[in-house]
Design a protein around this ligand. Structure first.
Ligand code: NAG
Ligand code: NAG
Length: 243
């Protein structure tokens, strides 16, 4: 995601900088360079800090990415699955690694695959779930560690004045080696809690796949907001010179 945001930044070759954020002005990556994707990946490091902290300069603030906060997330699929997460904090985002980056300047389309080698998610959960023969219920603290892969597609369009706007962002999460811990499962009976957590971690994707669409929607909203904030008021010539 960071790569996608910053590549917008990189592709600016310095024309008509008046409207652009200092964040963008500071990084230049010629669109006619031999390998635009490689250039962008390299340059992401230089603007990583403002992207992570959400402090883009000139008093422009955006969403903080580490820790990334989800105040509330709810999934209700009826009696077989109900979950709500609250006060969720995701840390370790800053250690992201860009695995792959694809750019289509003419279509103003970008896709990036990013891994997060040591992500830790902590928060409060409430759960009712049928898992094989178990009926899991619980309400308490949880944590999740993983090194997931995020695939992000970002696309822009322009209006009559050639001003750039962000299209809805598409995010796909692939969990890799998720480890979950749900505290106070079955009201804290220690034996049942251990059995329940064992059952969940035997195949964590059963639970995580139920949460995934809502998580993806949350990230999509945040990335859309970040991309819109960073590109606000810029024209296509400024952001994608030579497109
Ligand atoms: C461009 O750079 C990317 C990222 O480093 C690399 O995967 C790709 O092979 C490079 N492409 C060419 C044509 O050199
Ligand atoms: C998750 O919670 C369990 C139980 O409180 C704890 O033992 C474990 O260290 C926690 N893991 C992380 C990454 O916080």
């Amino acid at each position: 995601m960071l790569a996608v945001i910053s590549l917008i930044v990189m592709l600016n070759v310095g024309a008509g900088l008046g409207e652009l954020l200092p964040l963008i002005e500071n990084v230049v990556c010629p669109a006619d360079s031999a390998n635009v994707s490689a250039c962008i990946i390299e340059a992401v490091e230089t603007i990583k800090e403002p992207l992570i902290t959400g402090d883009y300069g000139d008093g422009v603030k955006g969403i903080v990415l580490d820790p990334y906060v989800i105040n509330k997330l709810e999934v209700n699929r009826g009696p077989s699955f109900k979950a709500s997460l609250k006060n969720v904090l995701i840390t370790g985002v800053r250690n992201f690694q860009i695995e792959k980056l694809r750019t289509d300047l003419r279509k103003k389309k970008f896709s990036v695959a990013v891994t997060f080698p040591d992500l830790v998610v902590r928060g409060q959960y409430k759960l009712e779930m049928n898992l094989v023969l178990l009926k899991l219920t619980g309400n308490g603290p949880f944590n999740l560690t993983d090194d997931p892969l995020l695939k992000v597609n970002l696309e822009f369009y322009t209006d009559k004045k050639n001003v750039v706007f962000t299209r809805p962002v598409h995010v796909d999460i692939e969990f890799a080696h998720p480890q979950l811990y749900l505290g106070n499962l079955f009201n804290g009976d220690p034996k049942l809690e251990a059995i329940g957590n064992q059952a969940i971690n035997d195949n964590p994707n059963i639970l995580l796949n139920e949460l995934k669409p809502e998580l993806e929607r949350h990230f999509e909203g945040s990335f859309y907001q970040i991309a819109s904030t960073i590109t606000k008021g810029a024209t296509a010539d400024e952001l994608f010179p030579g497109y």
